[in-house]
Design a protein around this ligand. Structure first.
Ligand code: ARG
Length: 248
């Protein structure tokens, strides 16, 4: 009987712990990507953090954000370590084999950062026959994938992969790479924070950003999308974006 009681107590404790955990949703991100996610002191802020907080509030959960390497995000979601990822993540067919994507909440652009006066003046300059540029990217991002296919595999240059965008930009400043291919809004933030850099006007690619959720968790995906729909319809998503990105 004592044993039975102990078991019941253990189970009760277990359930109450589960219940407590169930009140929070864990989002994973890679927080070196302003204005989508970056540190303000110890806190991760940005467009993704704010949209995620609004979605969680609507669904009645508390949001916990965990920072990790960009290429760990999809494994964290698909293994169930995190409930969702939001990281200015582009929807791609390859990723959609591994995780489900929510509805898109923003458009992304792959842009090119160069030093002032660089011979690279437009995206086409990267594809000129006989080129041998060194292209800095963040590992596993679409900037990495596209330049690997379009430039490295065609013998038009070398792709140098960094664990975050800021490191790629530092490599550009110190002359280790000739340009950086990265999403346009972070590109603008990195350029504003450093002297001697410009973002080229021409665009490499236009993409959709979405959150990702584990396959098999379609019920949560539907709730997430419903909340996102409401927040798009009532203008919340746009007003969050406008808080971080000034109209050009
Ligand atoms: N949009 C690009 C991609 O999905 C880059 C995203 C990088 N995000 C980040 N938080 N570091 O591959």
């Amino acid at each position: 009987m004592k044993k039975f009681l102990a078991l019941v107590m253990a189970l009760t404790l277990c359930c109450s712990i589960t219940a407590a955990v169930a009140d929070t949703l864990t989002m994973v991100t890679n927080a070196s990507f302003p204005p989508y996610e970056y540190y303000d002191g110890e806190t991760i802020v940005g467009i993704d953090a704010d949209i995620a907080a609004a979605i969680c509030q609507k669904l009645g959960y508390e949001l916990v954000i965990t920072d990790m390497e960009f290429d760990s995000l999809i494994p964290a979601v698909s293994s169930g370590k995190a409930d969702f990822a939001m990281a200015g993540m582009t929807v791609t067919d390859e990723r959609a084999q591994l995780v489900n994507f929510s509805k898109s909440y923003a458009t992304g652009i792959q842009a090119i950062i160069v030093k002032d006066g660089s011979p690279i003046a437009s995206v086409d300059d990267l594809f000129v026959e006989g080129s041998s540029n060194k292209i800095g990217v963040q590992l596993s991002t679409t900037g990495d994938l596209y330049t690997t296919w379009d430039i490295e595999e065609k013998g038009l240059g070398t792709v140098v992969r960094y664990s975050n965008g800021n490191d790629a930009v530092m490599a550009l400043l110190s002359g280790k790479v000739d340009c950086v291919v990265i999403d346009k809004e972070p590109a603008k933030a990195y350029v504003a924070a450093n002297t001697g850099l410009v973002v080229l006007d021409t665009e490499y690619a236009i993409e959709d950003y979405a959150a990702c959720i584990a396959k098999g968790n379609e019920e949560f995906l539907a709730k997430f999308d419903a909340a996102l729909d409401e927040l798009s319809a009532d203008g919340t998503v746009q007003s969050i974006i406008d808080q971080y990105i000034s109209a050009e």
